[in-house]
Design a protein around this ligand. Structure first.
Ligand code: SF4
Ligand code: SF4
Length: 162
């Protein structure tokens, strides 16, 4: 059973499952979660168990140990009474807005592989730029992207990574 705070925050967020906060999910020793069936040593994010339509985990009762253990700063803050739900939801909206901006710019620049985590898509784009493989006409968009990634990383570091 999900608790009420997870209902209130996580179902509006999903950033620890959808490739914004993390690039993959790894098993702890003996992790029985079906996510790792076939002895997989890592599962790339966006997590295949994440349902984008409902913003929920499709295997919640059997999710990996690491998923059970992770609670971001916003969730922890609301749990321990140092952050209000409204404030946490504002941070979530801000971070999701920046992530959507990053995703939009990456897509416009041609890095539209939605199966990759956002950080990897950005790395590929940066590499292409360094190798001179981005058309001159897209350099403004690249600058916008770099700024948005910088802002997103700052916000995630300060307000989300536990
Ligand atoms: S990042 Fe925090 S609020 Fe968002 S889904 Fe994960 S634990 Fe919930
Ligand atoms: S298994 Fe569930 S909780 Fe864990 S990353 Fe995937 S969708 Fe999120």
């Amino acid at each position: 059973m999900m608790d009420k705070l997870i209902d209130a925050l996580c179902l509006q967020c999903g950033m620890c499952c959808n490739g914004v906060l993390f690039a993959d999910v790894r098993p702890e020793p003996g992790d029985p979660s079906p996510l790792f069936q076939g002895n997989r040593s890592r599962v790339a994010q966006p997590c295949p168990a994440f349902n984008t339509a409902t913003c929920a985990c499709a295997i919640y009762a059997e999710r990996p140990v690491r998923c059970r253990k992770f609670e971001c700063r916003q969730l922890l803050g609301v749990r321990n009474g140092t952050v209000t739900i409204e404030k946490a939801l504002r941070q979530i909206r801000a971070a999701r807005g920046l992530a959507a901006e990053v995703e939009k710019l990456l897509t416009e620049l041609g890095f539209n592989n939605e199966r990759l985590p956002l950080s990897r898509r950005f790395q590929r784009c940066q590499r292409a730029a360094e190798n001179g493989n981005l058309p001159e006409a897209q350099l403004d968009q690249l600058a916008d992207l770099q700024l948005a990634v910088h802002q997103l990383t700052g916000l995630l570091t300060k307000e989300f990574y536990a």
